[in-house]
Design a protein around this ligand. Structure first.
Ligand code: COS
Length: 407
């Protein structure tokens, strides 16, 4: 990474700097030869094992269950995603899904659930997945229609279809969100852990996307799930999903940053060595303008990502607004930066096997998954409007303006 000066920012502690100094060289060497883009299932299984064996998955679970820190350290999650994405999109994907797929268990699970699922995920022995989206409910989570209906005193029966499920088909367990009907809409959902070998669970279709990774549509047909596998209380599913996304949305921004930094570095190297009109490409002012915009975009995105992560690590109960800003800005900006790098490289930039071409495909989905940019805008605006209401009521209660001057 050409510019790692962000690590000196006050958002970080020495432990973060030491962690990044170990992970960077590891990723540069260990991932060589670990990736075959024609076999994404085998590659992702192998990457989970490798990340587990070499200890990097410890960042996704708490210390008591084989992890690094007592609770999520969002800065460490972000640094890991940024550094892995810089080298290889699938490595970032394998790491991120272990975290997202067990985030609800880490944040809201029972002791028994944590003991059963988290150590194997941290060790890379089990693969996790998060099953929220449905054909008719991706952005509008409260509209989801998979049902979990009582089946005897200690079981529910799960019926429905989930789609765009990352790790679908290779996961060992899924956190599945379903309607349990305690109340209408968002207040009537619950979260369940469903083992992949549960009778009635089938992979209905595999989905091919522009940057291939394991992705599937799943069908749940009368899956009997013990109530002991429900995470949190009945009706708490929506809040569990949102609180998990509050943690992981900043990390999506961090992955975007990793892609953007790699594009920037490749563009810097290319423009300094490629000659045209008798001089390096980087002598052209239009090239310099592009490089300046790219560098400024990276720093702005990094400030938002690590502000959000640092705020959460500092104990904030919610970072809904900060995480939404980080995710939206970093992913949108990374798309522009990668596009500029491709443009600077000309024909090379769109050539299969050249990193810029891969980054161009890798970065696109980040503006969509875990809450599309349009959803982040709704979230940010709502949070600001709530602040405005709070501020107005504070002003009203402390309004000492004399009645005569109010007319
Ligand atoms: N943390 C904790 N609680 C939260 C929360 C959060 N981040 N966000 C909302 N809640 C709570 C609210 O406080 C509210 O609680 P009360 O009913 O007690 O007041 C409840 O959850 C419902 O919230 P809200 O009214 O905002 O629900 P909406 O259905 O209007 O939410 C959005 C709409 C768009 C914000 C939501 O559906 C969303 O984030 N969608 C995108 C989901 C996503 O990322 N999908 C991609 C699939 S995952 S790869």
């Amino acid at each position: 990474m050409i510019d790692a000066s962000f690590l000196a920012w006050p958002f970080f502690e020495d432990r973060h700097r030491e962690y990044a100094a170990r992970l960077g060289p590891w990723a540069e060497t260990a991932l060589q030869g670990a990736v075959d883009h024609h076999d994404v299932d085998g590659t992702c299984r192998g990457l989970v094992r490798l990340l587990g064996l070499d200890g990097w998955l410890k960042a996704v679970v708490p210390e008591a269950y084989g992890g690094l820190f007592p609770a999520f350290d969002v800065r460490t999650l972000c640094l890991t995603r940024e550094i892995l994405a810089y080298q290889e999109g699938l490595a970032d994907f394998a790491f991120a899904m272990q975290g997202l797929g067990t985030g609800p268990i880490t944040l809201f699970g029972s002791e028994e659930q944590k003991r059963r699922y988290l150590p194997r995920v941290a060790g890379g022995e089990a693969i996790a997945a998060f099953a929220l989206s449905e054909p008719e409910a991706g952005s509008d989570v409260a509209a989801l229609s998979t049902t979990a209906t009582p089946d005897g005193p200690d079981h529910v029966r799960l019926d429905g279809v989930k789609t765009w499920i990352s790790n679908g088909g290779i996961a060992d367990h899924y956190v599945v969100f379903a309607r349990t009907g305690e109340a209408p809409g968002a207040r009537g959902l619950s979260a369940f852990i469903v083992d992949a070998d549960t009778a009635g669970l089938s992979v209905e279709a595999r989905i091919e996307v522009i940057a291939p990774h394991p992705l599937a549509t799943l069908r749940f047909s009368g899956c009997r799930i013990p109530l002991s596998r429900r995470i949190g209380g009945g009706g708490e599913g929506f809040k569990i999903a949102m609180a998990t996304l509050d943690v992981f949305r900043s990390t999506v921004g961090a992955a975007a940053l990793g892609f953007a930094r790699r594009a920037m570095d490749d563009a810097l190297r290319h423009s300094s060595t490629r000659r045209l009109f008798g001089a390096p490409l980087s002598d052209l002012q239009l090239t310099q303008a592009a490089l300046a915009d790219m560098a400024t975009g990276i720093d702005s995105a990094a400030l938002l990502v690590y502000r959000s992560a640092w705020t959460k690590d500092g104990g904030a109960a919610r970072v809904t607004r900060e995480a939404a800003m980080a995710k939206m800005y970093a992913t949108e900006t990374a798309q522009e930066i990668v596009d500029k790098a491709v443009q600077m490289m000309g024909g090379l930039g769109v050539t299969r096997g050249v990193k810029a071409e891969e980054l161009y495909r890798d970065v696109r989905a980040l503006r969509i998954y875990e809450g599309a940019t349009e959803v982040q805008k709704i979230v940010i605006a709502r949070e600001m409007l709530k602040m405005a209401v709070t501020s107005a009521s504070r002003t009203n209660t402390t309004d000492n303006t004399p009645a005569t001057s109010k007319a």
